[in-house]
Design a protein around this ligand. Structure first.
Ligand code: NZQ
Ligand code: ZN
Length: 391
């Protein structure tokens, strides 16, 4: 096991009915005027936003509403939120939604606390976040894990770049995780969430450190539970038992726990971000579309690891490690298909040309200036080849 530091400060309030705690929590964390951030309207239709507003009002906390955040959230929208938050003099940011809403809210929080800096400078790494505005989260979809993660992902619509920012300042103060708030989700979005949750652990589990026992076994257990309960949550998002298991796994999968003491790989996430930036496809689907191809590409020399995954996660048996490894990859793809996820870029239903693939490899390698991955380090040519094979 390698040395690590883990700053995981988010207070979790978990369970059915916990949305009603919003006002009490904001008050306890010192908020008095809140920017309520939300998406395209699901929380209005379900009545959730009104319930949150009522909970704030009961504590004498005023709220300004800022809706319309799109999936694969855009930079310009976050900039608008910064301006609104500054003019309304809010002191607390409360996103009610999924990763897109939460990441936008994180960006707004940084922008309000640092009004002299354009927020994209943080994503470009030309500026470093050193303070932010207080932020809590009400989660409505188990998927991105942003509710307890240290990262936030934005798309710059002017350049077409979808980039992440990791900083301890991205950790929310609290996360209300109420499985009933996810009951209105469309099945496809639950499928995307299940794929993303698995990928947050897979992108950590398949790394270059192989003697990391507790972390590896936690990762395997998390994957088994998501595989067991994910299909029921997809079939019926109002199944609060299945949704509870998936929702809690979503946070643990991306708060750092399943990778401590290792080196994170996250190559597949980088491939997926390019797909989402170019075709605006849902994040979880973008990952499922590439994972199997990536796995077969990096398999050579790593058969032992993939065979262990096949045994401990999928319960497969066999003496031939290479065959077992391939069976584990196949089982993963079959599972993705069973929950409505794509297993190739072609399955995404977009027109993709060779020029598009080259554009994505260019973006993923940031113009030939970076490699991705740790289990196997991948350069621009590897990226292009993986995109081609995933087609
Ligand atoms: O916008 P509304 O109308 O709310 O609809 C949303 C949206 O269309 C809908 N939805 C959410 N909760 C609902 C609901 N519909 C009905 N009932 C509910 N309870 O679901 C759709 C997708 O929402 P989104 O927030 O985009 O989903 P997700 O949580 O998957 O977030 C994806 C974004 O997070 C980023 C992704 O790249 C993507 O931009 N990620 C953020 C990470 C982080 N900050 O740590 C890590 C991840 O790897 C990921 O990159
Ligand atoms: Zn993800």
């Amino acid at each position: 096991m390698r040395n690590f530091e883990w700053d995981n400060k988010t207070e979790v309030i978990f369970g059915c009915g916990t949305v009603a705690e919003a006002g009490r929590l904001v008050r306890r964390f010192g908020g008095s005027r809140v920017l309520l951030v939300y998406g395209g309207g699901s929380v209005i239709r379900s009545g959730l936003l009104d319930r949150v507003a009522a909970s704030l009002e009961a504590e004498g906390i005023s709220a300004v509403r800022f809706g319309g955040v799109q999936p694969n959230p855009r930079l310009q929208k976050a900039r608008e939120g910064v301006q609104l938050g500054l003019s309304e003099q809010v002191d607390f940011i409360l996103p009610v939604g999924g990763g897109s809403v939460i990441d936008t809210a994180k960006a707004i929080a940084h922008g309000i606390a640092n009004p002299d800096v354009d927020i994209w400078e943080y994503w470009k790494k030309t500026e470093t976040v050193a303070k932010t505005t207080k932020l809590g989260v009400i989660l409505t979809i188990p998927a991105a894990g942003s509710e307890t993660s240290n990262s936030a992902v934005l798309t710059n619509e002017e350049t077409g770049a979808k980039w992440g920012l990791s900083t301890v300042w991205n950790r929310p103060l609290f996360a209300i995780m109420d499985p009933d708030a996810a009951a209105t989700l469309p099945a496809y979005q639950v499928g995307c969430g299940v794929a993303d949750i698995m990928m947050h652990t897979l992108d950590r589990y398949f790394n270059a450190v192989f003697d990391n026992e507790l972390t590896d076994e936690l990762a395997e257990a998390l994957l088994r539970v998501v595989i067991r309960h994910g299909p029921a949550a997809v079939k019926n998002p109002a199944d609060s038992h299945a949704m509870s298991e998936v929702m809690w796994a979503g946070s643990l999968s991306h708060n750092g726990l399943t990778g401590l003491g290792g080196t994170v790989d996250f190559a597949v996430h980088q491939f997926g971000h390019e797909l989402s930036a170019r075709y605006d496809v849902a994040h979880g689907a973008s990952l499922a579309a590439v994972w199997g191809t990536w796995a077969r590409y990096v398999l050579e020399g790593n058969e032992h690891r993939f065979a262990r995954y096949a045994k401990n996660v999928w319960g497969l048996q066999g003496a031939d490690e290479a065959a077992l490894a391939m069976a584990g990859i196949g089982a993963t793809e079959e599972f993705f298909r069973s929950i409505g996820m794509p297993t190739s870029i072609g399955d995404l239903g977009k027109t993709v040309t060779e020029a598009d693939l080259m554009h994505m490899a260019e973006g993923c390698s940031r113009g030939h200036t970076r490699t991705v991955g740790r289990m196997r380090v991948l350069d621009h040519d590897d990226m292009l080849e993986i995109y081609r094979r995933a087609l």
